[in-house]
Design a protein around this ligand. Sequence first.
Ligand SMILES: [Zn+2]
Length: 293
Amino acid sequence: MEKMKKEEASNPAFTMREREVASSSGKACISYLACEPLEREGFINAFSTRLGGVSQLPESALNLAYFKGDQKENVAENRRRFLTAIEAPQAEIITARQSHSTERFSVEFKEQAHGPQPECDAMITRLTDVLLAIQTADCLPVLIADTKTRSVAAIHAGWRGTAGRITERTIADLMQTMGVNPRTSIAALGPAACARCYEVGEDVIERYRKEFGYWSKLFTNFKEGGKAHLDIRAANVQQLAFCGFTEDRIHVAPHCTMHQNDLFFSYRREGGGQPSKVGRLLSVIGRETADKR
Ligand SMILES: [Zn+2]
């Protein structure tokens, strides 16, 4: 009970903002979550909600991903509203063709935004005027920024990617290719299915048991039939800590996509086995341009 109360508590590192933006019918109200320690260091970051858009998922939904469940014009309008709300109207959004892999991609050119999406589940960059964007509906988005080299990373961490240590692998890329020191970096973990909601089967537990010495810390609520609840955030906090991130530089949003389904899209709550019925949230990170700072 104590643990549940704690989890429900808000984290002062995160602020839910509401912004009115112009729309064809007057005004739309866009809500998004921002991690303030990242902002203070000059990094644009935002975790979207489902509120204030034009998509029929089911209505007025802010779906930010181009996929077969939505029309292109809707997504374009939703993205325009979102970028306006977070005060980055000119930024290029770069998304990936995500597949729960552990593939990473280094974005070297701004034009990547208009080319084919890289096939990966994590991206890193040092470019300005671009926002690396992860699309989720229950999986965990992990955003990282290094205050010294100004490099950023965005990671899609579902149970598969996490089991494959995608967060550790991405940090290794940052260290090797960008010269990043985790001790000068900040991580923000966004809204995702929480440990109270995220039930997984025996196969998942077995995979984690084989992979992680600390696996038992990540599961609760073991049930007959082999199911249990996975704490995907704790799993990724472990990976960040293993790489040298100190506790004060890891910020975990308390929001849950499943039990706060009024605010966020949840594949597990809404999908019913049909991914095309569920909108996608976007978690973005980028460097503020010199003139804005
Ligand atoms: Zn929950």
